[in-house]
Design a protein around this ligand. Structure first.
Ligand SMILES: [Zn+2]
Length: 62
């Protein structure tokens, strides 16, 4: 059993999975905010792409 699979919550010190973004016990966001930021960035890109596609589609219709 590798100990690195677990980490302690920064807020309540309870052992939680290393890969969970939030503590199951208290809901405190954990460790790598990088994953969270990547998710936000991906969503922003998706929205930007959608808007660009809509505008491009409108100009094609005219
Ligand atoms: Zn916690």
């Amino acid at each position: 059993m590798k100990k690195s699979m677990l980490q302690n919550c920064k807020a309540c010190e309870k052992e939680i999975s290393r890969y969970s973004l939030f503590c199951r016990n208290c809901g405190h966001p954990q460790g790598s905010m990088l994953a969270l930021w990547l998710m936000v960035l991906f969503l922003l890109l998706l929205v930007a792409y959608y808007i660009a596609f809509c505008i491009y589609g409108m100009t094609l219709v005219e």
